[in-house]
Design a protein around this ligand. Structure first.
Ligand SMILES: Nc1ncnc2c1ncn2[C@@H]1O[C@H](COP(=O)(O)OP(=O)(O)OP(=O)(O)O)[C@@H](O)[C@H]1O
Ligand SMILES: [Mg+2]
Length: 293
């Protein structure tokens, strides 16, 4: 009887181990789904907001820019007249010119106007980047220029990138069929991590390079010279909710979401190479054509 009890115990133990394994698999699946839900919800509301703001700013900036052209030619005329009046002998004009410091005004107006034009141009560039980033109009896959996505992502992250040298090694690439808005999200996630990693680094730099592989896929490599990732941490970075950042600073969702976008959605690859003390590189491989699903 004892032997039989022993056998029963053994098999129920085996059963328990199996159930345990299934449970932890289920937990992993659940975490993955949850993280995707959170991220896709966050993205779609962020995307909508970005697109909305971009649209609202686009209208006024368009009429500022349109009017600047006319303002420029009017100002040129008025400046010519103002210069003439500097030589006028009419005491009334002389007095008025002195009161308003016409000399200075004539010198100051052109550079002032120039910087207003530059400012307006900068706003419309930012709006263009935001629209490109959101790409809400393109929920479906579409052939796009990968470099445009990288550039618009860089301009969105501009304030975080100040003080970091960005080196670009772009190759000639064909257009890539992809879900552009989501791929831009991957660029944002990886670049934001690099920016975080470079916070206390001197002579910090980020290298962006692109390459065509076998005429079939593109490789986008994003590397930094930050502190790197130690061997114990490296295998965990793609896990949902894994973070080494302080509470509130990181959710641990950036890389797990990027992984599912690159690997599951695009049939590509996402790899990380890191040397502690030297830096970290992420390589994104995306097929140029998507298989019909
Ligand atoms: N370039 C990098 N250099 C050093 N460590 C990195 C780098 N990129 C990622 N990591 C490590 O991988 C972890 C997971 O990154 P992930 O982007 O998934 O989450 P997070 O940045 O911590 O939070 P979230 O992106 O949700 O705000 C980070 O906490 C960090 O430890
Ligand atoms: Mg992150």
């Amino acid at each position: 009887a004892r032997v039989r009890a022993g056998i029963r115990l053994y098999s129920s133990q085996k059963e328990l181990i199996k159930t345990n394994r299934q449970l932890s698999q289920t937990l992993q699946d659940l975490q993955r789904t949850q993280s995707q839900l959170i991220q896709s919800e966050k993205m779609s509301s962020l995307g909508k907001m970005v697109a909305g703001v971009a649209h609202e700013i686009n209208n006024p900036v368009t009429f500022i820019q349109g009017n600047l052209v006319h303002a420029n030619s009017y100002i040129e005329d008025l400046m010519a007249l103002a210069k003439l009046s500097l030589n006028s002998r009419d005491p009334e004009i002389q007095e008025a010119a002195e009161d308003m410091d016409l000399d200075f005004l004539i010198k100051d107006l052109p550079p002032l106007f120039n910087s207003m034009q530059k400012g307006a141009q900068r706003i419309s560039d930012i709006v263009a980047s935001l629209r490109n980033f959101a790409r809400l109009d393109e929920a479906n896959k579409k052939a796009v220029n990968i470099h445009e996505g990288l550039e618009s992502t860089l301009s969105i992250l501009q304030s975080g990138l100040s003080g970091i040298k960005v080196i670009k090694n772009y190759s000639d690439l064909p257009k890539v069929e992809c879900y552009a808005g989501e791929l831009n999200q991957v660029f944002i996630n990886i670049l934001s991590n690099a920016i975080d990693a470079l916070k206390y680094i001197e002579n910090s730099c980020i290298d962006l390079s692109t390459k065509l592989i076998d005429g079939k896929q593109v490789k986008i490599r994003i590397s930094d010279n930050g502190p790197g990732i130690d061997a114990k941490t490296l295998p965990r970075i793609f896990e949902p909710f894994f973070t080494t950042k302080p509470v509130g600073a990181g959710k641990g969702l950036g890389l797990s979401t990027s992984y599912s976008i690159v690997v599951e959605k695009h049939g590509g690859e996402l790899n990380c190479f890191s040397t502690p003390g030297k830096g970290t590189a992420f390589e994104i491989l995306i097929p140029i054509y998507q298989k019909v699903k």
